[in-house]
Ligand binder design. Structure first.
Ligand code: ADP
Length: 189
């Protein structure tokens, strides 16, 4: 039986969003993407969205308190009882610890943490290509480099955090989306 409570992370542009979509389609669990939820809040013009937008456009991280609140509310919903793929959360050690606390209370701990590994130049090229297609306001070269730096400084320490709990599976994120999907399937089996 495959794991159903999964954290998926990796640098911006590693293909996290695409792989999360494919994984949830296969497992029949919700995709919980804090990036998508924050963008929805921006689009809706809510108080949360107004506070988050400037930070996101600078390529920085929205504060732990805010993001943890958003993720917790989502994890408490009924459909997440079946499992979930967390996409883009946690992104800091404080978020990872808060997540463990939330899931302990629900008695549904993380079963596997998948990290997509990929070289920096590939990432910038992919992100600039996506910028042309999707027109995301945080996909310009300066912001992309900033997001990669933020990833290295604040998110990469999670590799050690999950490795220490024996939950980490590293997956090579190079190549086509189909190739990466196949490697993820192997990592989960
Ligand atoms: P990507 O992985 O391509 O950078 P996301 O959609 O995951 O994109 O996130 C976009 C932006 O939303 C981030 O740069 C950050 O500003 C904000 N964000 C998303 N998730 C988090 C999080 N867990 N903690 C803090 N900020 C977040």
């Amino acid at each position: 039986m495959s794991a159903r409570r999964i954290v998926l992370f990796g640098p911006p542009g590693a293909g996290k969003g695409t792989q999360a979509e494919r994984l949830v389609a296969r497992l029949g669990v919700p995709q919980i993407s804090t990036g998508d939820m924050l963008r929805a809040a921006v689009a809706a013009g809510s108080e949360l969205g107004r506070r988050a937008q400037a930070v996101m456009d600078r390529g920085e991280l929205v504060s732990d308190d805010v993001v943890i609140g958003v993720a917790e509310e989502r994890l408490m919903q009924e459909d997440a009882r079946r499992g979930f793929v967390l996409d883009g959360f946690p992104r800091t050690l404080a978020q990872a610890e808060a997540l463990d606390g939330i899931l302990d209370r629900l008695a549904t701990p993380i079963e596997i943490c998948l990290v997509l590994a990929i070289g920096a130049e590939d990432l910038v090229a992919r992100l600039l290509k996506r910028a042309g297609i999707e027109g995301r306001s945080d996909d310009n070269e300066e912001t992309i480099r900033k997001r990669l730096r933020v990833y290295r400084e604040q998110t990469e320490p999670l590799v050690a955090y999950y490795r220490a709990r024996s939950l980490l599976r590293e997956v090579d994120g190079a190549g086509s989306m189909d190739e990466v999907e196949k490697r993820i399937g192997e990592a989960l089996s």
